[in-house]
Design a protein around this ligand. Sequence first.
Ligand code: NAD
Length: 493
Amino acid sequence: MDPIQDVPMLINAEAHSPKGGAWIDSTFPYTQKTWCRIPRGTAADADTAVSAAVAAFEDPRWAGLTPTARGKLLYRLADLFEAKAEEFARLEVMDNGKRITEMLGQMRRIPDWYRYFAGLADKVEGAVLPNENQAVLNITRPGPLGVIVCITPWNSPLLLAAYKLAPALAAGNTIILKPSEFTSASSLAFGQLFDEAGFPPGVVNVVTGYGQEIGEALVTDKRIAKVSFTGGEAGGRAVYRAATEHFHEVALELGGKSPNIVFPDADLENASNGVLAGIFAATGQTCIAGSRLLVHRNIYDDLVERLIEKSKNLKMGDPLDPATQVAPVATAAQHAKILEYMEIARSEGATCVLGGGAGQGASCGDGLFVQPTIFTGVTNSMRIAREEVFGPVLSVISFEDEDDAIAIANDTDFGLAAGLWTQDLSSAVRLSDRLRAGTVWVNTYRAVSYTSPFGGVKQSGIGRENGMKAIEEFMSTKSIWFNTAPVVPNPFA
Ligand code: NAD
């Protein structure tokens, strides 16, 4: 992973340049300078990748491995990844501009995703089924699905790839990974580890390019079995339509507008830290951002004051500098979108009490920064409370009582996550039951683990990643009937 200029795709464990000959610039968000180029893959490259993955799926070098042997390959991969965690963190920062400390934290956790599913590879069991005919032995055998197309967004490329690749490989599938056109370098470098770990060629292929070009070609290829997609609403909708039209299985991890709800009995010091981590970490560029702060009216002013106090002097700067607290946003389009939402919030009558514009100053370099921003006086019908901004913009909404809080929290198209801050255990249990979200955090926020199912309800997605059952999302069950009767009767006698 030395200085990279043109980074080719990886198909069948070989470098693959785009058949169309076009490349896409990857820019470092802090300097806005191109630091490498990635292939602009097209349908022709998708076709080659699918052929390689189909062949690898049938190849005895992969298909003939025991689940335990597949697990061993994943353990080896995890060790190789661990040794390069710092290099991968740097590649991620160069592409998405997130803080090095945050990306390093992610990279150091990723090996455990592969280890967890390595251990699960030989623990998925079939069953012996009761049958009304005593002469019949009916068993089920779980097996891999086939070729899995894994499509990832730009905000956490390698972590979100691990959510998909670790269980899918443990289950015996083959993979085509298509990272975001903005952040492909880390996935291309990661792809090289599979050969080194001993995976047969074609088991993991990495292709790059635009969603509407190579992405669509992959999803509409009849030979694939499943699409596992993480991204936004428009891409998710297009992928869902294409995948279902071709009868592919599909899993979608989409956006959110998650409520972080603070009750009057909460420890406000802890709650304010959790609220800040939920919205300003990663410059708000996270699907689980706690972008709606629901606060009981009795503690509204107190909590808002604490939030302002803790965020008004955060240090903007180079994301590669460990001292930086606020990094640039990833793309110019993202920057413009966040600023536009600030204007929308103002025009709808919300009051800006912190930030509210682009970040500027010597430490910002040529990066596109956004100030950590808080709007008070927000109502849940405003667009700033209903649409995903994907930036460091917190909307503060007041509530009266428990029922009011739940009604506001659930009044959204999304259902990815929610936070609850209270010292009262029984109300925490009751409220977590009533929240319509895939994850509820009580007195913490933004925690994820390979052990815990993750995913959304409503427009936040379909399916679950992580946890023991995630491996079954990449398997199909075959029912096998053995007749042990000595005579098979003639149906016409
Ligand atoms: P995006 O939807 O624009 O792109 C995601 C990926 O899909 C990219 O690789 C893109 O090239 C591809 N793509 C887009 N259109 C496609 C099509 N028609 N066919 C095939 N592939 C296509 O999303 P983004 O801007 O990269 O990421 C931000 C979004 O991702 C936010 O909405 C965020 O909430 C969401 N996200 C969700 C989760 C989760 O786990 N729920 C995690 C991270 C990000």
